[in-house]
Design a protein around this ligand. Structure first.
Ligand code: NAP
Length: 311
């Protein structure tokens, strides 16, 4: 497999499922996709759960006709979307998703969350055991004990856990504090950090005077703590001014400096341009420490309804 880029792009918002409070028609997303590919950001993270196939279909439309080795597709098995009563649930789900994506195989495939995860990881292992072109296999929203268990299950079938995908941001460092990131580094496992921008709350666009779109899931999560976030955002702004970049680039640069691979949700062309620039920002150790100190002092609970603390 080719080397992965330093940043992945996320297509959850492309599923138009009410999380973000705006609708993104495929026409408006095409220039974003094209800009990203032109800039070498070619790793796309999606899931059937993102609009029940909507995100996957939009992405498939953009990828159609491109050389298969010019991009990576990272897709997920969401246990809640599978027919648990079927003996072929894993096969059915994977093949249905490949059909939606018009692909022969994925580059990365994840167990999306811990709902009956050992059973589904076993099914995943049985499905891929002995096959050619096995994707990188990963687990998401797993704590350290669950990650080790998944690795054991895969190993028993001659496979390997190659990736972990968890929420990781300045205001949710529990994957770091619980030793998951170190474990990944020690065991040759890619750690993908999702929601590094806290769905826009750390981009500088929102504050108490400019809350997130009313009625969206992200508004519910972040609008109540915008006053606290203003304190962290003031520090992000200071660094953005120093490095002459946009504010959103600082949390992304932070995540890269911590040895993680951030997945950035992109819904505008300039989000891609910012992500590219963020790869060239090197924060100093003191700046990282100060950012983390301020973020910790706010004591924001950023754990979302599908997550848990990674103890
Ligand atoms: N495995 C899981 O359970 C899981 C869970 C969550 C996410 N993910 C993955 O991680 C990806 C990223 O998460 P996310 O999309 O939820 O959140 P995110 O990356 O933290 O935030 C994305 C939002 O931030 C804003 N933004 C992005 N770049 C910006 C920039 N340069 N300047 C200003 N604003 C910017 C945009 O919103 P506005 O412009 O509208 O403000 C965008 O929709 C998802 O798409 C998905 O692929 C996985």
């Amino acid at each position: 497999m080719k080397d992965l880029p330093k940043i992945a792009l996320g297509a959850w918002a492309w599923g138009n499922d009410g999380t973000f409070g705006n609708d993104f028609p495929a026409d408006s997303l095409k220039p974003i996709f094209e800009k990203a590919m032109e800039q070498g950001l070619n790793l796309w993270d999606t899931a059937y759960a993102y609009g029940m196939g909507t995100s996957e279909k939009v992405l498939a439309g953009f990828l159609k006709g491109l050389p298969r080795d010019s991009y990576f597709v990272s897709d997920k098995f969401t246990p809640q979307c599978a027919d648990a009563s079927s003996e072929t649930a894993m096969k059915d789900m994977i093949e249905m998703q490949l059909g939606l994506m018009e692909l022969d195989g994925f580059d990365i495939y994840w167990i999306h969350n811990v709902w009956d995860a050992p059973k589904w990881t076993e099914e995943l292992a049985k499905y891929f055991e002995g096959k050619d072109n096995v994707p990188l296999l990963g687990v998401s929203n797993h704590n350290l004990a669950e990650i080790k268990q998944a690795d054991e299950i895969l190993k028993a079938h001659g496979l390997k856990l190659s990736a972990v995908q968890n929420h990781y941001s300045l205001i949710n460092r529990s994957s770091e504090e619980s030793g998951i990131i170190d474990y990944c580094k020690e065991n040759d496992i890619h750690f993908f950090a999702y929601m590094v921008l806290e769905q826009g709350a750390l981009s500088g666009k929102y504050d108490t005077a400019h809350p997130m779109p009313e009625g969206s899931a992200r508004a519910e999560a972040y609008n109540p703590v915008l006053d606290k976030l203003e304190i962290l955002n003031a520090e992000l702004k200071k660094l953005a001014d120093k490095y002459q970049v946009g504010m959103a680039q600082i949390p992304v640069a932070w995540a890269i400096s911590k040895g993680t691979l951030p997945i950035i949700g992109v819904t505008k062309v300039d989000h891609v341009e910012d992500a590219v620039k963020a790869m060239n920002v090197s924060l100093t150790d003191d700046e990282i420490m100060e950012l983390e100190k301020i973020a910790d002092s706010l004591e924001i609970n950023a754990i979302r309804f599908w997550e848990k603390e990674m103890k």
